[in-house]
Write a protein that binds this ligand. Structure first.
Ligand code: KIV
Length: 279
């Protein structure tokens, strides 16, 4: 098992300095137990608003509230000591104005103790990113497929195939990098474009359905371990089949309960406790 390369919590500066270096390992985390397991294997944990679908069964990321993000963000920070923790700003909590974004982002930072926030959008969000960074809030950008506006941009499809769209994504990524983001997620962007952007930008790119050339990679943990099975994007590689394991365990438990095989004597409290044993 690979121990963390960090002897303390990785900072946004540590992540930024990895530009062009060893790949930055990122995953999502929403809960304390999972974050604790992932902590020593990754450089960065994202409390993504994908939790709307993965944890709450919503049909898009738009339904998530600021309080939900704060509660999950705080749980992940509490459970970790190594990974840099980034929390997504939820839909309609930051787009209105740089001042609104600052209010939301400072609340998230103060109430979770996270290292940075992530927001979606390119050129139109550049002033907001600059406003936050100038006031001491580290920002991760997100361009290409934007889950918060996925319906308006034609669904979960690959971005950047058409030259005009590729030019737009290039402009978006440059604007967010120039505005001071410490890293940028490139989601579902055609490989050559992601590769070119990685070569072009001075900040680390974090790919999801993008390119092995990106400075880092991220996946939704529940996709990666086969825990979320409603749908699986083409870019996901499954490393485990957790849903099948849970199903097998639940079925075995149900058989035991119905047969009165569980609980056994060792799971029941005796009237007198044995000397030297707790409970
Ligand atoms: O919300 C999320 O999990 C994300 C990742 C897919 C990058 O934004």
């Amino acid at each position: 098992m690979r121990a963390s390369i960090h002897s303390r919590r990785a900072s946004v500066c540590d992540i930024f300095k990895r530009k062009g270096g060893a790949p930055i390992v990122c995953l999502t985390a929403y809960t304390a137990p999972v974050a604790k397991i992932l902590d020593s294997h990754v450089d960065l944990l994202l409390v993504g608003d994908s939790l709307a679908m993965v944890i709450y069964g919503m049909d898009s990321t738009r339904g998530v509230s600021l309080d939900m993000m704060i509660n999950h963000g705080a749980a992940v920070v509490r459970a970790t000591t190594r990974a840099c923790v980034v929390v997504d700003l939820p839909y309609r909590s930051y787009e209105q104005s740089p001042a609104a974004a600052f209010e939301t982002a400072s609340k998230v930072m103060a109430e979770t103790g996270c290292d940075a926030v992530k927001l979606e959008g390119g050129v139109v969000m550049a002033d907001t990113v600059r406003f936050l960074v100038e006031r001491g809030i580290a920002v991760m950008g997100h361009v290409g497929l934007l889950p918060q506006s996925v319906k308006a941009s034609g669904g979960y499809r690959v971005h950047g195939r058409k030259p005009e769209e590729a030019a737009r994504i290039r402009a978006d990524a440059r604007a967010i990098a120039d505005a001071g983001a410490f890293s940028i997620v490139l989601e579902n962007v055609v490989e050559p474009l992601a590769r070119a952007l990685t070569a072009d930008l001075a900040v680390p790119t974090i790919g999801i359905g993008a390119s092995p050339a990106c400075d880092g990679q991220i996946l939704v943990t529940d996709d990666m371990v086969g825990g979320f099975t409603d749908f699986t994007p083409h870019f996901v590689k499954r490393y485990a089949h957790v849903a099948g394991e849970i199903e097998r365990a639940a079925a075995a438990y149900a058989v035991d309960v119905r047969a009165r095989r569980f609980p056994g004597p060792e799971h029941c409290a005796a009237v007198a406790s044995k000397k030297g044993r707790a409970a």
